[in-house]
Design a protein around this ligand. Structure first.
Ligand SMILES: NC(=O)c1ccc[n+]([C@@H]2O[C@H](COP(=O)([O-])OP(=O)(O)OC[C@H]3O[C@@H](n4cnc5c(N)ncnc54)[C@H](O)[C@@H]3O)[C@@H](O)[C@H]2O)c1
Ligand SMILES: N[C@@H](CC=O)C(=O)O
Length: 498
């Protein structure tokens, strides 16, 4: 019988990138308890493969392997680690088409978007390969007679990473490349919906000469695996990208071992349009900021706040642009939106729309009878959205856009900040005073002015409030995996000038 996994393997130039095992200590590993889980193509609901669910002792074995390998990895010179990471980068780039195919099959995003994510994910590997050579300490003018003071940076130790399904490759490389460059071994637990991108990365890491035990991918029942990783004292850092709900849970579970935590959690981005804006220009940008990855993006423009003077024209332009969006299987032809990740996501989106309508929102667009399959959700536009509605309060993580009119800068600042989240905000205006005022008043880790694109390796990505802790990327992203060791060299005799 031809299964989807055999079809998938035939599509790949290099079938060895499609692995249905965990990867521990340089070995492809099956579950010792015989438990496994199917992985589905969200566009068709067909199983594309299976993954083993590891037993507790197998997760502990990954920690043992990482602990043993740490000694040699941290002892390498930074430029030696850089060479391995650059080799990994080259292999990711060389296998871009296969990685994109695997991603589209397990995640559903359109193939061009998947190619874009591979490129984006690879760019973090190259960035951190270089950053690893710049983990400078400092010299401190001494307040102690005849002493020299300073700091050096050391790897924090084994780093565990728990990652989501919406960006199955880039959310791993943005963490793992930083940790590896800093000298830390890594244990990745990807989302069970999208494990194959992580496993393909492991295959390429092995080919790049990253030693056994340094890059591990463990698979299992999420709550079970996370509990072991959080409770394990030898794991010194935990980096998580996912929902705020699970982030809180992991924070609690990590308290017992006082881990270094990096949390990249949910967002509920406001998209603010000033009265001076061309409604068409702003509406087209808002459509792009809302519907990428079918709205399943932590940066998705969740609450669109438009000045009352241009509201009606903005809605008209937004609707026209939305009408041009195509929905379908990401592998077949050019589509703008693929499926949602699973049926529950579709049901959640429908419930959010129903809740808004029942509280007075107007459904301008979004006929679900046109959906091309069980897991698809046609893009929805709601106007007259108010802060009481779920579409305002929750991160909808679906192609559901909600528009609200406002009348002053003060009002829009209050509206935009009326959320527990604080990841990213968009501001569209050409008025320099308004730009500065809003940029300073918005309680967000990232504010993007007149640009939908804001991310990339050189910038510090992260949120405030309940959107998380720490920053990924940029000049400081590697610090999440480094400890600062202070030294005091005393009794040196007379030391001048230090
Ligand atoms: N801030 C960012 O950079 C960023 C980036 C991407 C996604 N996200 C957020 O991720 C969320 C969507 O991803 P998701 O649905 O995969 O998130 P999720 O929190 O459900 O899952 C994330 C990871 O946690 C694991 N997990 C799930 N339940 C768990 C539990 N009870 N205990 C331990 N681990 C558990 C999952 O298997 C997965 O690996 C959204 O909230 C989105 O905003 C944030
Ligand atoms: N789009 C984000 C990921 C959020 O889901 C990114 O660029 O990192």
């Amino acid at each position: 019988m031809t299964t989807l996994s055999t079809t998938l393997v035939k599509r790949l130039e290099d079938p060895r990138l499609f692995r249905q095992y965990a990867y521990v200590n340089g070995k492809w590993t099956h579950g010792e308890g015989g438990r496994e889980e199917a992985v589905y193509d969200p566009a068709t609901n067909e199983a594309i493969g299976h993954i083993p669910l590891l037993e507790a002792k197998q997760i502990t074995a990954a920690v043992d392997a990482a602990e043993a390998a740490f000694v040699r990895w941290r002892a390498l010179r930074a430029d030696e680690r850089c060479e391995r990471l650059l080799a990994w980068y080259d292999l990711i780039q060389a296998n871009r088409e296969d990685l994109a195919t695997i991603m589209t099959l397990e995640q559903g995003k359109p193939l061009p978007d998947a190619r874009g994510e591979v490129e984006y994910g690879a760019s973090f590997v190259r960035w951190f390969a270089e950053e690893g050579k710049r983990t400078y300490g400092e010299t401190i003018p001494s307040h102690i007679p005849n002493a020299s003071l300073g700091t050096i940076k050391e790897p924090v130790g084994i780093a565990a990473m728990i990652t989501p399904w919406n960006f199955p490759l880039a959310m791993i490389t943005r963490k793992a490349a930083a940790a590896l460059a800093a000298g830390c071994p890594v244990i990745v637990k990807p989302a069970n919906e999208t494990p194959f991108s992580a496993l393909a990365l492991a295959e390429l890491a092995e080919r790049a000469g990253i030693p056994d035990g340094i890059f591990n991918v463990v698979l299992g029942e999420p709550a079970e695996v996370s509990k072991i990783l959080c409770g394990e004292p030898r794991i010194r850092a935990l980096s998580f990208t996912g929902s705020t709900r699970v982030g809180r849970l992991l924070m609690e579970q990590s308290a017992g071992t006082v881990k270094r935590l990096s949390l990249e959690l949910g967002g509920n981005a406001p998209f603010i349009v000033g009265p001076d804006m061309d409604p068409k220009e702003a509406a087209y940008a808002a459509v792009a900021a809302k519907f990428q990855t079918a709205g399943q993006d932590c940066l998705a423009a969740n609450r669109i706040l438009v000045h009352e003077s241009i509201h009606d024209e903005f809605v008209k332009q937004f609707t026209e642009r939305m009408e041009a969006l195509t929905v379908g299987n990401g592998l077949q032809g050019e589509v703008d939106l693929g499926p949602l990740i699973h049926r529950q996501a579709v049901e959640k989106a429908a419930a959010i729309v129903d809740d808004a309508i029942s509280q007075g929102a107007t459904l301008v667009m979004g006929d679900q009878s046109q959906a091309p399959g069980e897991n698809f959700f046609m893009p929805v536009l709601l106007t007259d959205v108010t802060p009481q509605m779920k579409v305002w309060r929750e991160e909808n993580f679906a192609p559901v856009a909600g528009i609200t009119a406002y009348s002053s800068d003060e009002e829009v600042i209050e509206l935009a900040n009326d959320t527990e989240y604080g990841l990213a905000a968009y501001v569209y205006t050409h008025d320099i005073r308004r730009i500065w005022k809003l940029m300073r008043a918005l309680e967000y880790g990232m504010v993007s002015v007149n640009s939908v694109k804001m991310t990339g390796p050189p910038v510090p990505f992260g949120g405030v409030k309940q959107s998380g802790l720490g920053r990924e990327g940029g000049a400081t992203g590697i610090d999440e995996y480094l400890e600062t060791k202070y030294y005091c060299l005393g009794a040196l005799g007379s030391v001048s000038g230090s």
